[in-house]
Design a protein around this ligand. Sequence first.
Ligand code: F42
Length: 330
Amino acid sequence: MVYFGVEFVPYEPFWKTTFYAIQAEKRGFDYIWITDHYNNRNVYVTLTSVALHTSKIKLGIGVTNPYLVNPVLTAQAAASINEIAPNRVVLGIGPGDKTTLASLGVEMTLPVAAVKECVLIARSLFQKGKVKFEGKVFNIPKAKFNFKVIGEIPIFIGAQGPQMLRLAAKYGDGVLINASHPKDVEEAMKHIAKGAKRAGKPLEELEIAAYTSLSVDEDYEKAFGAAARVVAFIVAGSPDFILERHGINIGKVNEIKKALGEARWKDAFSIVDKKMIDAFSITGTPDICIKKIEELIKLGVTQVVAGSPIGPNVRKSIDLFSKKVMPNFK
Ligand code: F42
């Protein structure tokens, strides 16, 4: 059994994201993940609207970080939405995006410890309604909710690096791997398996989600065009060893970085080639998507998240994906 999720980056008005979410629920998606970046709409406000207009789809905070919001307030926000949508909220925590944090003057110190502590603090509040915590990053002498958290709120950890992946396997109810290509997922799975083994936790207890960049359309060129707008940023932000793993032309990457830095968007997107698209997204016709998703599932992925851009036309691509791709796996 594999689950399907869809990720929305709330750069559009809340009603548009809510509209897409209603559609995703109707079309059979299991999870909605809303990203958290200060420069887009607020993740909790967006999820509140989605919670009020849907009835069964899981609502993922995908993902917040321990640096901008104190973990107690993160737990409070998740628990409050859970009151609107009992047992539907899933809290995703990651170290945060380095560039975004830097633009706010926030330093990412001890990321592994910070994420671990954030998970433990939130879990204690979810389960007991209170927390007392002394860690390397957080010191909470005494915090107590004046309300009861209904049901359960699973915690997923967004991870890419080896240490974070091992931590995610040990402390998370689920892992969100930021990858679309089987090679990257395979590499991540090694660390997840190691982390789970060290924790004496059966791998089957973990939900393992591939948080992909996906672009589906019956017309390959159209799917490619939409994906290039996202893949350009992924390529520019990827460490060299990942670019080398996929045999990406570093000269072209530098050109993309330069063009993005100078806000020459069209130039940047036009440099994106097929190798980059294949490495950093699931792009193409439904049949192409099915083949790639099959490979991810073989590696142990239990949830496939169709992430940005989803397709050249979000509404149509959600429909196409649910009609032509999902039925192969349900
Ligand atoms: N970031 C956002 O800001 N917003 C989002 O909405 C978002 C969504 C999202 C979804 C899925 C996903 O997988 C990631 C997502 N992210 C989002 C990105 C996420 O926040 C991270 O930026 C991303 O996952 C990359 O993090 P990482 O797992 O690679 O961890 C970083 C910090 C890293 O470098 N890790 C390394 C590792 O091996 O895990 C090194 C860690 C390190 O610094 N270790 C220290 C050392 O000295 O070795 C010790 C640190 C300590 O705490 O002890």
